[in-house]
Design a protein around this ligand. Structure first.
Ligand SMILES: [Zn+2]
Length: 141
């Protein structure tokens, strides 16, 4: 019985994993009493989900109401799970350019992928959206 249950739990995981990557774009909603979501230009609200670091970005108030884009996959018509943080799947559009969302400590020259304190000097990291083609070690400008 235990083995059979294990197999049944395993199958949905494979199906989810096999789904091809999609993306969503819209205005990022941040309301304290509601889960993060975006509103597409067609006016459709899509709830956003992801790992802990991704959730940190979704709740970064500096991105509120921004023209936001993310890679991931739909788990329901109105529910989108963003790919893990290490896949660099979070973007903001500014001046017609798609920029990957990063965080930067100028003092230590350390780049991060979720808001919070610099792991070196413990000061808050700056939001630093930048060209996705840049390597992690390259400066933004
Ligand atoms: Zn630092």
């Amino acid at each position: 019985m235990i083995t059979r249950r294990g197999v049944l739990l395993f199958i949905p995981a494979i199906v989810l994993h096999a789904q091809s990557t999609a993306n969503v774009r819209g205005r990022l909603r941040q309301q304290p009493d509601l889960p993060p979501a975006l509103t597409t230009k067609e006016g459709k609200v899509i709830l956003l989900d992801g790992d802990q670091d991704t959730a940190g970005v979704l709740r970064d108030e500096r991105l509120k109401d921004g023209d936001f884009e993310a890679n991931g996959h739909y788990v329901a018509p109105d529910r989108f799970v963003i790919d893990p943080i290490h896949t660099r799947s979070l973007f903001i559009w500014r001046n017609g350019k798609k920029l990957v969302i990063t965080y930067w400590c100028d003092v230590c020259a350390i780049r991060g992928w979720t808001p919070g304190l610099c792991r070196c000097c413990q000061q808050p990291m700056e939001l630093d959206p930048r060209d996705p083609a840049l390597k992690d070690t390259e400066p933004s400008n």
